[in-house]
Design a protein around this ligand. Structure first.
Ligand SMILES: NC(=O)c1ccc[n+]([C@@H]2O[C@H](COP(=O)([O-])OP(=O)(O)OC[C@H]3O[C@@H](n4cnc5c(N)ncnc54)[C@H](O)[C@@H]3O)[C@@H](O)[C@H]2O)c1
Length: 391
């Protein structure tokens, strides 16, 4: 095959920009020319380490590329994505697609801000992005790695080939607290753990229900209502901080549960929290009429190691956010692969170069964000059932 060359740019120079860079180097269906990086902070160090150019303007970077990786803080996704689409470029947008990021005040407090208004503004942001995409020759490629995780893709095959009816999906993303400084503030993150982590298992559940509907009737099954609760456990006056869990959040939830009812009457229950020790806890379970599946994204027991001396593993990466390497652990032999990062980026480059269809598109991203903001409205009403607008 004559491989096409795709010119790429990176926006943002933090944590996610690093694993995107790694994943780009695993793309095999196209040649990739990385033109450079643009970021508010950290671009020079990022570029120097990787021997790429720094762009001080987003527009100049856009002029030089076919696709950008939007790895910036969530509050910047909408303007960056729209700028790319207006120039007919593809944009790989990190999660969450967009949201509501406050009223512009420095001391904005998302905890007490009315959630109906937050939802209205988030939905308007989604609309603007979808409109920009409609007018563009480029597309939004939504970087939801859970959709590309091999265990979720295997479950897709089982649902498609057996004509399964999925009755209940339950799933969780959790660990002991995100590293990013901005994560502590609603005004940068668009909410707390319910959006920050909950978007991953929720989007996987929305995806599998879409797959199910298309396989059996040709029509995707969509989310209809949501019931949710959120809590701020590390900000309780009585929380006893022993230093294992991040606890300096300003106005965000660190525990959440969303219970989604789909338009066929079936269910998904999604947990997300920042209070779980022992490494990342990412799993999804499917209860169908003809099978049951457990997707263990992290930890995976593909490998289990007993190490009696912590110091022996000093130079050995075991698995993300593990607190100790002593005793039994589940080292991930290829963590990025189990997580779906290289598969996701490979798929996006095939779309950019050869026009292949997108599994994780703006439609599923829009439904995810819409569900989560209806969930915030529900939580404000102590768990009342709230309708979800679908796109
Ligand atoms: N898929 C995943 O597993 C995963 C994991 C972590 C983060 N993320 C997502 O990636 C995004 C970035 O998170 P992170 O952890 O890399 O954050 P980070 O704080 O490590 O890095 C953010 C970068 O964005 C830059 N930035 C912010 N606003 C900008 C703007 N307007 N223009 C240009 N650059 C700007 C910052 O200067 C910084 O370099 C978030 O949306 C986050 O939710 C996804």
């Amino acid at each position: 095959m004559n491989k096409k060359t795709v010119r790429a740019g990176i926006v943002g120079a933090g944590f996610s920009a690093s694993f995107h860079f790694e994943a780009i180097h695993k793309v095999h269906s196209t040649n990739v020319e990385i033109k450079g990086v643009h970021a508010l902070e950290g671009a020079a160090a990022y570029a120097q380490k990787r021997d790429i150019a720094v762009y001080d303007s987003l527009e100049r970077l856009l002029d030089d590329v076919d696709v950008i990786h939007c790895c910036a803080t969530a509050s910047a996704h909408e303007p960056i994505a729209i700028a790319a689409l207006q120039r007919n470029k593809y944009v790989i947008v990190e999660k969450p697609l967009t949201g509501f990021f406050g009223d512009g005040s420095e001391d904005f407090n998302g905890e007490v801000f009315p959630k109906e208004t937050a939802r209205e503004k988030a939905l308007a942001s989604i609309e603007r992005m979808l409109q920009a995409e409609k007018k563009s020759k480029g597309r939004i490629l939504y970087a939801e790695n859970w959709i590309y995780a091999p265990s979720i893709q295997k479950e897709r095959e089982i649902i498609e080939k057996t004509g399964a009816q999925v009755l209940w999906i339950h799933a969780e993303e959790a660990h002991s607290g995100s590293h990013a400084r901005t994560y502590a503030y609603w005004k940068y993150s668009g909410g707390g753990v319910m959006i920050g982590k909950g978007c991953h298992p929720l989007t996987a559940a929305l995806y599998l229900k879409r797959v199910e509907g298309k396989a059996r009737t040709g029509r995707p099954i969509r989310p209809q209502t949501v019931t949710a609760r959120i809590h701020a456990l590390t900000r309780m006056p009585g929380f006893r901080d022993e230093g294992h869990i991040r606890s300096n959040y300003f106005d965000i939830d660190d525990f959440s549960v969303m219970h989604v009812v789909f338009d066929d009457g079936t269910l998904a229950t999604i947990f997300a929290s920042d209070i779980i020790l022992g490494g990342i806890h990412n799993w999804l379970e499917v209860a169908a009429n003809n099978h049951r599946t457990l997707c263990n994204i992290n930890p995976s027991t593909a490998m289990q190691t007993y190490n009696p001396v912590e110091a022996n593993f000093q130079d050995i990466y075991v698995v993300e956010k593990i607190g100790t390497k002593q005793g039994w652990t589940c080292p991930s032999p290829d963590e990025d692969w189990f997580t779906g990062y290289p598969q996701e980026i490979e798929a996006f480059y095939r779309t950019v170069a050869y026009g292949e269809p997108v599994e994780s598109d703006s439609g599923i991203a829009a439904d995810c964000i819409s569900t989560i903001y209806s969930a915030y409205v529900s939580a404000e009403r102590n768990g009342a059932e709230v309708p979800i607008k679908t796109f």
